[in-house]
Design a protein around this ligand. Structure first.
Ligand SMILES: [Zn+2]
Length: 126
């Protein structure tokens, strides 16, 4: 239930932000999920709906933006986006620098799970 605990912490963050800004209702949440985060988007959405129930974020439109995997080569410092699709372990085991073919690379993007944007109604709603 990795997705559900993630969903709960996302909603907690959204609730904190809503409180900080005096929002009475959250109408939209945009979340960026790296492809390496191992999160199933459907399960995460389901978890978010449950976690948001009876809170300021109930009924908010939730958008998930997938973040591609970005790597940086330790040999030639080239940064590149990994475009191959497929099983994660296959993608990861075949990661090489597109410029010099080195396997000495760092993943610099793709593990994220962040709230990028929150749309909310501030103040009284009539
Ligand atoms: Zn390289």
């Amino acid at each position: 239930m990795h997705e559900f605990s993630t969903a709960v912490s996302i909603i907690e963050a959204v609730k904190r932000a809503a409180k900080d800004y005096g929002a009475t209702r959250v109408t939209g949440i945009t979340i960026q999920i790296g492809k390496l985060s191992m999160l199933n988007h459907d399960q995460l959405l389901f978890g978010l709906e449950i976690a948001a129930k009876d809170s300021v974020a109930e009924g908010a439109k939730i958008t998930i933006e997938p973040l591609s995997i970005k790597i940086r080569c330790n040999q030639c410092a080239t940064e590149s986006v990994v475009s191959q699709e497929g099983a994660l372990y296959e993608v990861l085991s075949s990661l090489t620098c597109p410029k010099c073919n080195a396997r000495d690379i760092n993943v610099i993007q793709g593990r994220e799970c962040v709230v990028k944007d929150i749309q909310a109604v501030i103040g009284d709603e009539s």
